[in-house]
Design a protein around this ligand. Structure first.
Ligand SMILES: Cc1cc2nc3c(=O)[nH]c(=O)nc-3n(C[C@H](O)[C@H](O)[C@H](O)COP(=O)(O)OP(=O)(O)OC[C@H]3O[C@@H](n4cnc5c(N)ncnc54)[C@H](O)[C@@H]3O)c2cc1C
Length: 489
């Protein structure tokens, strides 16, 4: 008997989990995650969620204006309006679902300031907000009998049929199966791992974007990458942990290799300017000082306040022998976030019938050319809920007959993928499309990436996680470089 679901949700980050919770008990949902449920960019989020909860000291128009300014007015105004107006409802819902937001002395959610925001409006759980959200949502999802959760389950293919999708899955034990679903919400996260250095989790290889692209979905602005100015400058680690904006929001000062403040030279907002501006300032100062050494200094603040406000950052830095209550923190920009993705409308519908996308893999237009801090968890919540609502509406009229019988097993065997493709792709993108991009290198880089991709696709390799991720990284790199080449024409 073939397995059929009403809805397949790819991803157990904020978008996938919150989306899943919108479905009532008569809707049969399969939620998959290619690694452990908690391994995601959502779990890494530190700063918090931006939203206007205090309508006396803040208002929707200000949040909209801040979002548009950060995004260089390349945002979709309708999507921004939806995000800002509907977001507070979703944040309050998170609280009902058990997320332990920090409270102030009046029992209201504490609101902090982050770069680019004109008001204190970031709600948080210390400096591990994402983990608090993911943990609470997983607990809720596990209580729902209509949601089947499969962790360590990799989606390797998504084929379209008239009434939905056939999805190829590889399970934790290495066995594989093809299952059917009438609708699919892609909530598969970002692409950070296409860079040598990123704040992103190991899962961020752009699989969902690649599978949607292979189905013909429109992908937009994949070259719109946000670089975070203050990732911990570890020597070799690919995944660099973040020294959140909130640390600067609470008063940390950005210094160059000579211990001098410099951000104000490049922008009057100094180190509280939006991320792209601060990243650019660091790269320019790096050229001016001929050094890649930069620091954040919060050591002049009360140590107890620092430890209590940033316990995770404090601990992470201690592991690197930096006591942030006494020492300067070495920082440098690295890849952090993808503004583009699978193009969707306000209901999170992609250009492929029955395929939805939400969260970091999607392009709603909310962020424009540069995301305002703490708007992405909000986007994941608002648009995954909208995707689920749209599916529920469609289910009232779509007939959704059973799928005709299909083959449950693909032959996944093949040669072992050669070593080195992923490393080469990463190096090419890091060299060509970092904070100060080198568009002149793009055509040649694209040629090489195209060669790699065509070998991956037609080389007869075994289909496993290594293969799927290498195919995704090469596909994402090719789309980025094609965009750059086109812009440069
Ligand atoms: C260090 C860091 C700090 C951040 N801080 C903040 C913050 O303070 N505020 C904020 O708003 N945003 C923040 N962000 C951004 C934000 O966390 C992410 O944009 C958002 O959480 C993305 O959620 P998501 O659900 O779309 O994807 P993710 O949370 O990344 O989840 C993706 C899921 O897809 C699954 N998946 C992927 N490919 C496959 C496949 N082939 N098969 C099966 N499953 C698959 C993964 O296993 C994972 O479960 C931060 C990001 C990072 C990296």
């Amino acid at each position: 008997m073939n397995k059929e679901y009403d809805v397949l949700i790819v991803g157990s980050g904020a978008a996938g989990l919150y989306g899943a919770l919108q479905f009532p008990e008569n809707v049969n949902v399969l939620l998959i995650s290619k690694r452990e449920l908690t391994l995601s960019n959502s779990s890494l989020a530190q700063g918090g969620v931006a939203c206007v909860l205090d309508r006396i000291n803040d208002d929707f128009q200000l949040h909209i204006a801040d979002t548009m300014t950060a995004g260089k007015n390349k945002n979709n105004p309708a999507a921004v309006e939806t995000l800002v107006r509907e977001g507070p409802g979703d944040v309050l819902r998170l609280k009902e679902l058990g997320v332990d937001f920090d409270l102030d002395e009046n029992g209201e959610m504490q609101k902090t300031l982050e770069a680019g925001h004109s008001r204190h409006r970031i709600v948080h759980h210390k400096d591990s907000t994402g983990k608090a959200i993911v943990d609470a949502l997983i607990e809720q999802v596990k209580k729902r009998p209509n949601i089947k959760i499969c962790d360590n389950t990799l989606l390797y293919k998504l084929d379209k049929t008239d009434s939905g999708f056939l999805a190829g899955l590889v399970y934790a034990d290495g066995s594989s199966e093809v299952v059917a679903a009438h609708y699919c919400i892609m909530a598969s996260g970002g692409i950070g791992r296409v860079y040598q250095y990123t704040t992103n989790s190991a899962i961020a290889t752009g699989d969902g974007i690649t599978l949607a692209f292979m189905l013909g979905a429109r992908i937009r602005h994949l070259s719109w990458i946000q670089f975070h100015p203050t990732a911990f400058a570890a020597e070799n680690d690919r995944e660099r942990f973040l020294i959140s904006e909130a640390v600067r929001g609470e008063g940390a000062i950005l210094l160059n290799c000579n211990g001098e403040r410099f951000a104000e030279k490049y922008d009057p907002r100094g180190h509280l300017a939006p991320r792209d501006v601060v990243s650019n300032a660091i790269m320019q100062e790096s050229i001016a000082t001929n050094s890649e050494k930069f620091y954040l200094d919060i050591s002049y603040k009360d140590p107890e306040f620092v430890k209590n406000r940033f316990p995770m950052i404090y601990q992470n830095c201690l592991k690197e022998n930096i006591d942030i209550t006494k020492d300067r923190i070495p920082v440098f920009p690295c890849q952090h976030y993808l503004m583009g993705g699978i193009d969707v409308d306000l209901e999170a519908r992609t250009t492929v019938d029955r395929l939805y996308a939400a969260g970091e893999c999607s392009h709603t237009g909310v962020h424009g050319a540069n995301r305002l801090a703490s708007n992405s968890l909000l986007e994941a919540l608002v648009f995954s809920r909208r995707a689920a609502c749209d599916i529920l509406n469609r289910m009232k009229t779509d007939s959704n007959p059973s799928f005709p019988a299909f083959d449950e097993h693909d032959d996944l065997s093949g040669k072992k993928l050669p070593h080195g493709y992923r490393t080469e792709v990463r190096k090419i993108i890091q060299d060509c499309h970092f904070v100060i991009p080198k568009p002149e290198a793009a055509p040649q880089s694209l040629e090489r990436i195209t060669e790699i991709l065509s070998d991956i696709i037609s080389g007869g390799y075994e289909i496993n996680r290594d293969f799927v991720e290498a195919r995704s990284l090469a596909t994402v790199a090719a789309i980025i470089l094609r965009e750059v080449v086109k812009q440069d024409d």
